[in-house]
Ligand binder design. Structure first.
Ligand code: NAD
Length: 352
């Protein structure tokens, strides 16, 4: 079986990683470890504009070739699969560079794309070149979430009503995009009809873009189920999220424990042991699925077609705040910038 040459662009902060809002989480290292675990791939090169970050990553993963310019790396190394581990505003250009340099598969970090125009451009370049793109919403592969999705849909708590979560101190994108994707997953990726969003944007910046201080997204799926995400404030209780049905609810704790209140009573399903046995499988499965897709299998759930819809939801919430109106999907908007920048400019103008 062939071995795929792989590379990482945007390797991550050198030294200790950070959990702070703004960057420095070193997600490139998670991709580096994933390539090390999968024998069908060999990590041969990395590119980063920061020499210290690049040297640290090359040392840690024994990567032979390092480049300050990713285009030079693509031309000289000609990798088969590339991980894009840098910020949302850089993804589209890097995807186009990779696709035109003959890269076959891309594993791109979330949030995936910063504007409707970027979504259209990536759809175009994928159609033109055949490049296959997977987005790192790996939480779809977690056992507790898969079980919760089945329970939510099989009538255990009646009809699906609402998925709800709040992310204390965060936003709708850098953290919140995981939960927007998860709410789509819980509704079996049905089309979304409309999205309402509102945002308080002041001077915060991180990951190369304007960030909200607090924002919300409220949206409806085709079957009438809804999602509500508070990007900034947590909900009461220590659950990670709640799935409400007409006859009960499922609360999810730490992405591993389900507390199910059904007409038959309360029960707890604890996936902590399985999750620890599962280890890095949710990550590895993304890469295994991408390889299978490259070799002729069908596009995975985390493939471009489905992931553009998570981006669309994410962007629609901000566009609703920008336009002061409900946004109906599919998105018909050709805005070519991160909508939060518009809200940040409005805030600056208000102060002048
Ligand atoms: N999937 C997940 O669970 C998960 C977890 C953490 C972060 N992320 C996402 O990963 C992305 C990166 O976040 P991070 O905190 O790991 O970042 P980071 O700050 O640790 O690393 C980003 C790297 O990109 C490099 N870079 C910047 N501009 C570049 C360019 N033009 N060319 C090449 N390299 C460039 C930086 O020098 C840095 O090394 C963010 O979008 C974040 O939301 C995803």
């Amino acid at each position: 079986m062939s071995v795929f040459k792989t590379a990482v662009i945007g390797v991550g902060k050198a030294g200790a990683g950070s959990n702070a809002k703004g960057g420095g989480h070193q997600i490139g290292y998670a991709h580096g470890m994933m390539y090390q675990r999968i024998p069908r791939t060999r990590l041969v090169a990395a590119a980063d504009i920061n020499a210290e970050n690049l040297a640290a990553f090359q040392g840690k993963f024994a990567v032979e070739r390092g480049f300050s310019d990713h285009r030079k790396m693509l031309a000289e190394v000609r990798p088969d699969i590339v991980s894009l581990c840098t910020y949302v505003g850089l993804h589209r250009g890097m995807i186009e560079d990779c696709a035109r340099a003959g890269v076959k598969g891309i594993l791109c970090e979330k949030p995936f794309l910063p504007s409707p125009a970027d979504c259209a451009a990536v759809r175009r370049v994928a159609a033109e070149t055949g490049v296959k793109i997977v987005v790192a919403h790996f939480r779809r592969n977690r056992l507790a979430f898969r079980r919760a999705r089945d329970l939510y849909n099989d009538g255990a708590i009646g009809q699906p009503v609402l998925c709800v979560a709040g992310v204390e101190g965060w936003d709708l994108s850098e953290w919140g995009s995981h939960w927007l994707d998860m709410f789509r997953f819980f509704h079996r990726d049905q089309p979304i009809r409309w999205v309402f969003g509102q945002a308080r944007v002041r001077d915060s910046r991180g990951y190369g873009h304007a960030m909200e201080e607090h924002a919300i997204a409220y949206f409806e799926f085709e079957n009438g189920g809804k999602g509500f995400l508070d990007g900034g404030r947590k909900m009461a209780g220590d659950q990670t999220m709640t799935l409400l049905g007409t006859e009960g609810q499922i609360q999810i704790f730490r992405e591993a424990i389900l507390r199910i209140d059904a007409p038959t009573g309360r029960r707890v399903e604890d996936f902590s042991k399985e999750a620890s046995e599962q280890g890095s499988q949710p990550w590895d499965r993304m890469l295994v699925d991408l390889i299978a897709w490259l070799e002729g299998r069908t596009e995975p759930e985390l493939g471009l077609t489905n992931m553009l819809k998570t981006s669309e939801l994410n962007l629609a919430a901000y566009l609703s705040a920008v336009r002061g109106d409900r946004v109906d999907l599919p998105l018909r908007d050709d805005l070519a910038e991160w909508p939060v920048e518009i809200l940040a400019r409005r805030n600056t103008e208000r102060k002048q």
